[in-house]
Design a protein around this ligand. Sequence first.
Ligand code: ADP
Ligand code: TRP
Length: 334
Amino acid sequence: MAKEVVLSGIRPTGFLHLGNYFGAMRNYVRMQEAYDCYFFVANWHSLTTHPDTKELQQAVYRVVAENVACGLDPEKVALYVQSDVPEIAELYLYLNMLAYKGELEKTTTFKDKVRLQPNNVNAGLLTYPVLQAADILIHRAVKVPVGKDQEQHLEMARNFAERFNHRYGDVFPLPQAFSGQQELVKILSLDGNGKMSKSENQLNTLYLADTDDMIRKKIMKAKTDQGPDIKNAPQPDYIQNLFTLMGLVSTEDTIQHFMHQYNESEAGNCIIRYGDLKKQLAEDMIRFIAPIREKAAALQADEATLKRIIANGAEKARASAAVTLGLVRKAILG
Ligand code: ADP
Ligand code: TRP
């Protein structure tokens, strides 16, 4: 039986961080065996803010390199760059005829952007969800691993697909958000304020490109407090986050050791020393991040290999896209 199609897009903005890894990438890696996977760099989507050409290209290369370094196997999945697949643009044109100004204007992400950049409300921004729908529908994907903030875009993709099917006959299955088999973890910023994110709060975000020293520095100044004042005290979220991070990169023994010290601490007898915990966490984090960083850097320095990976991805993506576009053209144009 044919495998179900999984697809997701990553915008080439900023550096990948630990939240992206554990909240998204690790899941993509797990999906590559069981599904027919398409992962791509959404460089057309980032044109809404008119980025510098050279920087955009570098960012695209970086995202591809980081994805491979995280364990995506370009032999197993189609890892490609959106602009290498012109079929997406043609499908976008057709879907635009089925998308209404009113619904596009009501999209939350559009309204947010209008507030943030009132002088650059271009048509590409308005139709961003249509392009995203084209990304998904071009491979007739059914499972789309994305965070909560993308659910409205997915709902719009389903609406466009349904409208198309209703008018022209069944071409598209309806795509659903998908988190994989595992619970998704959420990584908080090291100061406990909100989640780790690409652009905000850089000193409290651990990037996959951070040097060992940077990792040490950031972890050593992560937010802690005086320590618990009763046994088995509930953990404030910033302490819980440190234990979450340990759970992801440290050994079971290490985690048990500090958990025990935490739970046995009480007023006047605080056994846990957050300084020691952070030192250990920093070393374990370095052991985890350093190989990914080095692999990504090596690949970024090897333009020939990168280009080969990207060309290979484009070929797979275009083969699948051409089949869908054939059905679409026939349904609409005869
Ligand atoms: P950012 O918020 O850093 O800009 P994106 O919005 O581009 O990241 O998210 C890319 C993927 O990474 C999404 O699937 C999102 O759910 C996941 N992700 C981002 N930040 C975190 C985090 N701090 N913890 C867990 N998952 C995250
Ligand atoms: N809009 C997504 C984001 O901001 C990126 C994206 C573009 C995407 N096309 C997609 C995600 C298709 C999933 C499927 O993160």
